[in-house]
Design a protein around this ligand. Sequence first.
Ligand code: GLV
Length: 309
Amino acid sequence: MAVLLNPGTSRKSPETWLTAFQAELPDMEFRLWPDAGDPESIEFVVAMHHSPQDLHRYPNLRAVLAMGAGIEQYTGPGMPDVPVVRLADPVMHDEMAGYVVHWVVHFQKRMDLHLESQRTAAWHPVQYTPADRYRIAILGFGEIGRRIGRALTDLGFPVSAWSRSGSSQEWVTAYAGEQQLQSCLSSAAAVVNVLPSTAATHRIMNAARFNQCRRGALFINLGRGSTVDESALLDALNTGRIGAAVLDVTDPEPMEPSNPLWTHPRARITPHVAGYTLVAPATRVIAANIRRILAGDMPFPLVEPARSY
Ligand code: GLV
């Protein structure tokens, strides 16, 4: 029995990953992609991205374990009927929460204006909305959305959460389903989007949805670029409906050099850095799931094919 390891586009070398996995699972045999060896021996594929077609080559495959939180690459046509496990790494979630806190506080405290004042040596304090009156709407309230929500709540920000089925967490104002998205958006000074890429979320933030945001709202996207209509966002920035936009994810990635959002004075673009897959914590989480499967237990979170997430 063997694990096929394909770290693909990871910033760390395949050998670094291999060493970490061997330390976590010393009894398992690992093969580094593309040297899969005997296809019959492969029981697990651990991969950042892996071609669905190739997965059909392993008749004894028990699970695909993603090396990232997003798993849209494993939900399209051509996927074999095999369980897919997302990576839910609490350290990555902490990192993402830090990214959101940074930008929320930056714009809530009007750091954009204060930094401008510094350029002309102007001591010019600007009024800002206190945290307890600066409501944040989080779109997508799974493990990542909840971690971000807790960080913001700890700093005194009221939080609204929108998800397909609603949230039962008593510390947020919960909104559910398509019909309640408008109320959620219009409740907030800032909208934080961590929705996954599925057919249901494709371009969900379109012109109509931006129009439902409060005038001057901050919009942050660190989920997936496909959930946003970027030209509608540009229009919303130009009309002032959206006061500032922070994009860590775009569609496509990298963002085209000609995209006007790069140079828009109220847009901040970062190259998909909000939460890296870090070797030590990610290896621990994935190895624990492999151990669970070997023991006959359920790994988690398991992708639900019907909802592509
Ligand atoms: C990053 O975007 C990931 O999917 O982990």
